[in-house]
Design a protein around this ligand. Structure first.
Ligand SMILES: [Zn+2]
Length: 92
């Protein structure tokens, strides 16, 4: 029981920090870099690219959800060099 409660709190916390992060990225970009439509964080995706070797974050970008669906396979293709973290506003 205790474990479940703790996990719940962590999950809630992660979700709200993901939302803040996504909102901030969307707020910085305002327009989708691909289709140039105005972005709404509930219909946008933030993805961050991490270098495996250094553990450093190479880039954090926001993109609208329809465009993300178009490039997802390309961006998240598993590679030796990079790892990609994704926050999908539609799932928050
Ligand atoms: Zn777009």
């Amino acid at each position: 029981m205790k474990t479940i409660v703790t996990r719940d709190i962590l999950e809630t916390f992660k979700r709200s920090s993901d939302k803040q992060s996504l909102k901030a990225s969307v707020g910085r970009a305002i327009f989708c870099p691909r289709c140039e439509n105005l972005m709404d964080y509930r219909r946008a995706v933030e993805f961050s690219v991490w270098e495996n070797e250094t553990g450093k974050c190479a880039t954090v970008r926001a993109i609208c959800a329809p465009c993300w669906d178009g490039v997802r396979e390309l961006v998240t293709k598993p590679g030796m060099k990079y790892r990609v973290d994704v926050i999908d506003g539609r799932k928050l």
